[in-house]
Design a protein around this ligand. Sequence first.
Ligand SMILES: *Cc1c(COP(=O)(O)O)cnc(C)c1O
Length: 351
Amino acid sequence: MTAIDLRSDTVTKPTDEMRSAMATAEVGDDVFGEDPSINELQERSAALLGKEAGLLTSSGTMSNLIATLAWSNHGDEIIMGTEAHMFWNESAGQAALGGVQTRLVPNDSQGRINPDDVAAAIRPSGNLHFPRTSMICLENTHNRCSGGVLTPEDTKSVGDVAHAAGVPVHLDGARIFNASVALEVPPAELARDVDDLSFCLSKSLSCPVGSVLVGSQDFIDNAKRWRKMLGGGMRQAGVLAAAGLVALDTMIDRLAEDHQHAKRLAAGLANIDGLTVDPESIQTNIVFFEVDEDLGTAADLIAALNRNGVLVSYPGKQSIRMVTHRHISPEDIEEALSRTSAAVRELRSAA
Ligand SMILES: *Cc1c(COP(=O)(O)O)cnc(C)c1O
């Protein structure tokens, strides 16, 4: 039995077209700015997101950390939602390496934060008891909020509050193209009211490695120094950028398929007695669902799913995440649903 791997879209492998582009990529020493493939990827990424300049980094985590370092000084405070990836899943890099304190405001179920909460959380200047607010962070799509999307209006409402107070906005756009495809809105519109953003090549876009950080030329010049300090100055990494260029050409439009599969998956899960999910709430490729306590915990169901050949991730006490991606076909979705039903039956008969 081949396992159906719904742990993450990070499990996607490079396409044949990516591999051949990687094999023939023109390269140079990128620390000298001389890698033509990287320069092209950075320029095209910036243009796609409506920003002046771009910077290839090793990961989304590195891009988010560089943004914190570029905008903040030690002792500053950064604001983000309670479910932010930067808060939950980045090894406290902002605190450990950026020396900043993180202030949380509530996320709604779609991953939005309320501009009034942000306005109230921004520190007034001139009080020596207070840290300085150095940055507001948004996330689109929102990982822990079931892949929820922020519309251009959602982003603008927070951007306006931040900018009125002179505070920059960083967008963790690891899956920004999923949001763009789901909303049928060009990516630059989703980036218009933020000062910088990072997107991942290595997730739904199927590249082996990399993220791109984009922003103003000044911001990127500064970010480049921080990347060097973190050990992220790479040399002939054009072999990686070559895959990124293929991704921008060939991997964005197809995300609509992953979204359809996630909707079908959620509808099927909702029909399994003991599991709870609202299929209407699924906007992109991430499905979180709840396990009824009378079946056991999420960990119990995950063990049963693994025995039945379904791999999943992000357990909460009662919640589980499934992610659709390029290697998951419509048949895989139906098979995953029947294996999930079997796993639930196992738990019921053991109870
Ligand atoms: C995966 C992810 C990141 C981190 O990206 P890596 O490349 O895995 O370091 C950041 N933000 C969000 C929302 C993510 O889903």
